[in-house]
Ligand binder design. Sequence first.
Ligand code: BV8
Ligand code: ZN
Length: 272
Amino acid sequence: MSGTELAEAGRLLAAARRPVVFTGAGMSAESGVPTFRDAQTGLWQRYDPRELATPAAFRTDPALVWGWYEARRHGVRRARPNPGHLAVAAIRARLPETVVITQNVDDLHERGGVPAPVRLHGSLFAPRCSACARPAPLPSDLPPPAGPPVQHAGPEPHAPAPPDGPLTPPACAGCGAPVRPGVVWFGEALPEAALSAAVEAASTCDLLLTVGTSALVHPAAEIPLVAARLGAPVVQVNPVPTPLDAICAVNVRGPAGEVLPALVRAAWPDAI
Ligand code: BV8
Ligand code: ZN
């Protein structure tokens, strides 16, 4: 990350009043949560995440898909917000009109101090019935996540080993149908309220910060384009180029956990 890009991005952030922070899997990479690009581990390395994250896969083999999501939920429970998540919360603390929009299904923004990010693709912590959509309780096999966010991102010391295989999903208490994860699968529509809140925020923001996304999954990938089309500067944080490079005022090449705290310091030297 070069000083000039950081200084320019800091200047844009300091001048903003209604920023949008738009995040993807790269935001949680330094917390140990694998991105969609990262190779899967264990049994799951045999599967393409895009195949497993579909209604068809759940219909064909609900235990395989439920097991995968439970393994991911365990992994997130063992993870902690990284300094990037804390910096996003610091931006929002400084600029209360900040809207955080995420594609991620982990809860690290909330645990990092952002109470209600706009969730475009759902959450690992909101299971519901696959037939009647009745909310279902989370399997209670895990200790609550430890206290306030901490600097290091190491795993939870005493959490039990994550399941690493098929797991029969619980039955709905209402109609008995299998419970499914509360995420948006490929081929499924995004939650109407979240999508319109995201488009609204991108349409009225005075800066959009896009962090850790390859911008390949739609319609989420269009959110930064909405902001750019309406004249808001777009700043990208990603170690590598993405399809968004061309619309960005500044591309800061580096990991979110390092760049975002430095960006906040560049914008507000007294902040952290
Ligand atoms: C729909 C939840 C229709 C589940 C997810 C237009 C064009 C082409 C295709 C389509 C189109 N419109 C629709 C489609 C089809 C499809 C789609 O986009 N396909 C893609 C693959 C081409 N979209 C859909 O199916 C959507 N639904 O269209 O429905 C419809 C409409 C009305 C009525 C009925 C139906 C639904 C899409 C949502 C799917 N669910 N997640 C789960 O998590 O299991 S998507 C999932 O994948 C994530 O949420 C995220 O969105 C995406 C992964 O992308 P990223 O987050 O960007 O992560 P990735 O790993 O790709 O990249 C990581 C980046 O971080 C990299 O750039 C890397 O360099 C960087 N990085 C790494 N480390 C760091 C870092 N950056 C910073 N710091 C670091 N340390
Ligand atoms: Zn039901």
